[in-house]
Design a protein around this ligand. Structure first.
Ligand code: TYD
Length: 216
C-alpha cells in the first residue's frame, strides 16, 4: 500500500440494478457541493481492457471465467496505477463504482475460488476506507434494469445474480457496510451519506491529520 496516500477511498458495490451507479453519482455531487475535491471512476473502465470486457460481454460465452478474471484484474491494475492511486495521493476523495469485490462476486459465481480472487486482487489493490454494498434481490435488480437497453448474455440472468448476491452478502472486512437497497432512492442516499460523513473532516478546510486537502 502506498504510504503517500492522503485522500479518502469509497467504493460502491452491488448486483446489476442495485442502484449503485445512481447513488455513486449523487454521492459525488454531494461531496463536491461540500467543497471536497472528488474523483469518480468506474470498473470496468473505458481503457483498453475495459473495452475488451464490454466487447466480450455482448457475446455471451465468448470468454472463459479465467479469461474474464485476467481481464478484470488487468483493467483494475491500470485503474489503480493511473487513476485511483494518483487521486488519493493528491488528497482527493475517490468514489469508485465497482472494485474487486465485484470480481469476487461475479467471477466467484462462475465457479472460481472467491478467496483466491480476493488474494490476487489484494496483492496490488489499494484498500478502500469504505465499501458500501447495496443489497437488492436478483429479481428486483433485474426488474430495475428491464427498462434499459437489453443486452442478452453473460451478466444479467437471474440464477446467476442470485449467486452473485449471495457472495456480496457474505462479504466481511474492514470498512464493509451492507445497506438495504430496496428502500427509496433518497433513503438509501441518506444512509450512504451518514457512513461517508463519519469519515470526513468537519469542514474541507480543516483537514484532519492532513488527510484531505482544502478545496479550490
Ligand atoms: P457495469 O459497468 O456495472 O455495467 P454496464 O455495462 O451496464 O454499465 O459492469 C458490467 C458488468 O461487469 C456487470 O454485470 C458486472 C460485471 N463485472 C464483473 O463480472 N467482474 C468485475 O470485476 C467487475 C468490475 C464487473
Amino acid at each position: 500500500m502506498p504510504t503517500k496516500r492522503r485522500g479518502l477511498f469509497i467504493v460502491l458495490e452491488g448486483i446489476d440494478g442495485s442502484g449503485k451507479t445512481t447513488q455513486a453519482r449523487n454521492l459525488v455531487r454531494r461531496l463536491r457541493r461540500r467543497g471536497f475535491e472528488t474523483s469518480f471512476f468506474r470498473e470496468p473502465t473505458r481503457g483498453r481492457f475495459g473495452r475488451e470486457i464490454r466487447r466480450l460481454a455482448v457475446r455471451a460465452g465468448s470468454a472463459t471465467p479465467a479469461r474474464e478474471l485476467a481481464l478484470f484484474v488487468s483493467d483494475r491494475k491500470e485503474n489503480v496505477a493511473r487513476n485511483i492511486g494518483p487521486a488519493l495521493e493528491a488528497g482527493r476523495v475517490v468514489v469508485l463504482d465497482r472494485y474487486y469485490f465485484s470480481t469476487m462476486a461475479y467471477q466467484g459465481a462462475k465457479g472460481l475460488d472467491v478467496g483466491r480472487i480476493r488474494r490476487l486482487n489484494e496483492a496490488f489493490a489499494i484498500a478502500p476506507d469504505l465499501v458500501i454494498v447495496l443489497d437488492v434481490d436478483a429479481r428486483a435488480g433485474l426488474a430495475r434494469i428491464a427498462g434499459r437497453k437489453r443486452r442478452d448474455g453473460l451478466f444479467e440472468r437471474e440464477d446467476y445474480l442470485v449467486r452473485v448476491r449471495r457472495i456480496f452478502r457474505g462479504l466481511r472486512g474492514p470498512g464493509v457496510v451492507h445497506l438495504d437497497g430496496r428502500r427509496d432512492r433518497r433513503a438509501v442516499g441518506r444512509a450512504i451519506w451518514s457512513c461517508v460523513e463519519a469519515l470526513l473532516p468537519p469542514r474541507p478546510r480543516m483537514s484532519l491529520g492532513g488527510r484531505l486537502r482544502s478545496p479550490r
